[in-house]
Design a binder for this molecule. Structure first.
Ligand SMILES: [Zn+2]
Ligand SMILES: [Zn+2]
Length: 141
């Protein structure tokens, strides 16, 4: 048995490839049976004739965030970066929360900057200019 991602020989009972960390059976670049490198999209291995199972269709991610919710959070609570916390853009969110709170000591410019920033991002989320969360998961409705 060979890793389908990197071609390393692996124990048939192994859960993951020790070389690349892919799940046993994941990947589509090498023959599971003989380790031969496959041509892209090959249905059978040219060397041993072993049929390659089709790649699993990627199921819709369970933790899909709502575009509407993120957009509205940006528009109404963007001054504290709430939409970025929601989407997992933590670093950006922390900058906005700092601007929105301690930024007040800078003659109130901080909250002005972060509320406009949040508003713009909220709109960008609603019009699909920002359409993934920090993990690259596409936003749902
Ligand atoms: Zn591997
Ligand atoms: Zn093969």
């Amino acid at each position: 048995m060979y890793c389908k991602n990197c071609g390393a020989q692996i124990d048939p009972g192994a859960a993951v490839c020790v070389k690349c960390g892919y799940k046993n059976g994941d990947g589509n670049r090498f023959c599971h049976h003989c380790g031969q490198e496959l041509t892209e999209g090959a249905k059978v291995c040219l060397q041993c004739g072993f049929a390659q199972e089709p790649a699993q269709p990627t199921a819709a991610p369970a933790d899909q965030k709502s575009k509407i919710a993120a957009g509205l959070l940006g528009i109404f609570l963007g001054v504290w970066g709430v939409h970025n916390f929601y989407l997992g853009y933590t670093k950006k969110a922390i900058v906005q929360v700092l601007l929105g709170t301690v930024g007040t000591v800078l003659c109130g410019v901080g909250p002005a900057v972060s509320s406009v920033w949040g508003l713009v991002e909220g709109i960008m989320i609603l019009v699909d200019k920002i359409n993934t969360d920090a993990n690259g998961t596409p936003l749902g409705e």
